[in-house]
Ligand binder design. Structure first.
Ligand code: FES
Length: 604
């Protein structure tokens, strides 16, 4: 039986418009279906599947000519609950313009959006869900390349985890930082200043009228937090990884520069589809080593290490925290942004953004790492002209002599813990004190401000059960508040230890990510009020000064908390699959079965 003419045409078109995917070594090309012909539903008749698909999308007014183009999907994470992504409509419009200019067809699609303040129990609990959503929608829908619009803390890592697994040409587009505001003549920005003002309010240095007034000043526009918090950190790491357009990390959300980057991103995505420039060629071991180096040099968020571990894990790379710590000893902090320094993201942008940082770090980077432009990092940096500025220091004149993050071990953290030393109090980084223990967040909330709490400024505050399983989702509760009675006496910092995380916008002598966590029976679960704890950042050690016999006795009596409401749905999956901080808190089943290399490579 002969086919109708239009079906013949469709089948011929399938062959005509297949795309030749080549790799960068110019190996023989592989022909794969492209554009609207990708991933057809299998009814046993591919001609009919395509016929049906085209019939439906033509309902939206598309022509055959449009549908024959390379398709660039655009992950739209705009949401009324996410002001950090408030410019998503403008970005999508600009990406579409870029795609059309390059001869492609842009199609936007929604995925989950996660905003820090609107994600209970915590945004981290939802990061892996967003990564699965991103990966599956990239796989399910026909697209030759994808632009991922992300910004708020967990969105960029979630999208990069998903894209790493889906492995089609990908460019990450950052939403950009918010503008800074002004309060009574002082420049302010979220959220380092949020914490500072709240600390002043708790310490009775400002009254209720002023705290209410500053509440309207801290976030001056849509966009992500204006300091070197997790969102800014992940934007910078994206550029260091080569998966964000050069110069794409720093433009504030409401600027023309941000819109221009979006247009360029769309244009480049089409080229990447033509060249078959997939994430596995960009997210290499060298790229992750560059990103680790940058994390240290920007005084980046401690969350950056968890997210990089998770993204690298998807590519089969294991982050070696001991080697990362050695890297930290030779990588100074160059970027003078809060909370480690004094400036804001918009200042970094005026100072040339990440190209300026990467140019300063050039001797410490792998310059042959490939970027989304198809050129190497070194080739991109060759084009960066130096100019006088005061936000990014030189290696010879850093704001902090070694890297921002130190990796600790000891009997209290056998699998490790970290401290953001660049934002800690130097006096407290070598400290021994008496433990004041809170069993969980609720216990802390109930007692921390109790005037009868037995606590002194020299004590060590310990919070248990806020790890990946414990809370669940490892909330950013590791920034324990200073007990009110001490805050009112002028105490600004104490050693604080937990198995949780803290916001990248926070500062203090705070030990985080203690692994294994208390809810898993880690040694943190055994700490009792009055125990002595010794922190030595110079020796990279965290020790519980309790005899081994006593710890055995306590372990025998230990009763672990049971997961709550974990019988069904995502919550059940979460409790069954979540890994510890040293594996990036990814789900076990989303990681490849074996790791192919350690990053950074050891110099053996
Ligand atoms: Fe979204 Fe800070 S709350 S970036």
């Amino acid at each position: 039986m002969s086919m109708p003419k239009y079906v013949d045409n469709i089948i011929n078109n399938i062959v005509d418009s297949e795309i030749r995917m080549t790799d960068n070594a110019h190996k023989p090309s592989v022909v794969v279906p492209s554009g609207i012909r990708k991933g057809l539903t299998n009814y046993g008749d591919s001609g009919f599947s395509l016929f049906l698909r085209k019939a439906f999308i033509k309902g939206a007014g598309y022509t055959d000519e449009a549908l024959d183009r390379i398709i660039v999907g655009i992950a739209n994470t705009g949401s009324g609950y996410n002001p950090c992504h408030g410019n998503a409509p403008q970005l999508i419009e600009a990406v579409k313009r870029g795609v059309l200019m390059a001869g492609g067809l842009p199609i936007d699609f929604p995925t989950i959006s996660i905003a820090e303040s609107f994600s209970s129990p915590t945004s981290m609990y939802l990061r892996n869900l967003m990564s699965m959503d991103t990966e599956e929608m990239i796989r399910a829908q026909p697209m030759d390349a994808v632009v991922l619009i992300g910004g708020c803390d967990k969105t960029v890592p979630a999208q990069l985890m998903g894209a790493a697994s889906a492995n089609i040409p990908t460019v990450q587009l950052i939403t950009g930082s918010m503008l800074t505001g002004g309060h009574r003549g002082e420049r302010v920005g979220a959220c380092t200043d949020c914490r500072r003002y709240w600390g002043m309010f708790r310490g009775q240095q400002i009254d209720e009228a002023e705290i209410n007034e500053v509440n309207s000043k801290l976030v001056a526009s849509i966009g992500t937090c204006s300091v070197m918090g997790t969102a800014s950190t992940m934007a910078c790491l994206g550029e260091a990884l080569g998966i964000v357009m050069p110069g794409g990390a720093s433009p504030p959300a409401v600027t023309a520069d941000r819109i221009r980057i979006a247009e360029l991103t769309g244009k480049q995505a089409v080229q990447m589809a033509r060249d078959g420039l997939t994430p596995d060629k960009i997210l290499t071991a060298k790229a992750f080593e560059n990103a680790l180096r940058v994390l240290l040099a920007i005084g980046g968020s401690t969350n950056g290490i968890i997210h990089l571990t998770a993204i690298a894990g998807r590519m089969g790379f294991e982050i070696d925290l001991e080697a990362f710590d050695r890297m930290s000893r030779e990588t100074p902090v160059l970027v003078d942004l809060k909370p480690s320094g004094q400036f804001y993201m918009e200042d970094l942008h005026f100072a040339g953004g990440m190209p300026t940082v990467l140019r300063e770090l050039r001797p410490l980077l792998h310059l042959d790492a490939l970027t989304v432009t198809g050129r190497t990092l070194g080739e991109e940096l060759d084009e960066v002209a130096p100019f006088a500025q005061h936000v990014v220091r030189s290696i010879a004149d850093p704001i902090y002599p070694v890297g921002g993050i130190a990796f600790l071990r000891g009997n209290l953290a056998p699998e490790g813990a970290i401290i953001k030393q660049s934002a800690a109090n130097p006096v407290l980084m070598e400290h021994e004190g008496r433990a004041v223990v809170f069993e969980n967040s609720e216990d802390m909330a109930n007692r921390i401000d109790d005037p009868a709490l037995d606590v002194n400024a020299d004590d060590v505050l310990v919070l248990k059960n806020i790890g990946p399983l414990g809370a669940p989702g490892m909330p950013e509760a590791g920034y324990l508040p200073i007990p009110k009675k001490l805050a009112r006496a002028g105490v600004k910092d104490m050693v604080r230890i937990s198995d949780g995380r803290m916001s990248g916008t926070a500062a203090g002598t705070i030990v985080l990510h203690v692994t294994p966590e208390a809810a898993l029976g880690g040694p943190l679960a055994l700490v009792q009020n009055g125990d002595r704890i010794r922190l030595s950042v110079s020796a990279r050690s965290l020790e519980l000064l309790v005899s081994a016999d006593e710890l055995v006795r306590r372990r025998e009596a230990l009763v672990l908390p049971k997961p709550v409401d974990a019988e069904r749905g995502y919550r059940r999956l979460f409790f069954e699959q979540i890994t510890q901080a040293d594996k990036g808190c990814d789900f076990e089943f989303l990681r490849p079965p074996t790791m192919i290399a350690r990053v950074p490579a050891r110099d053996e």
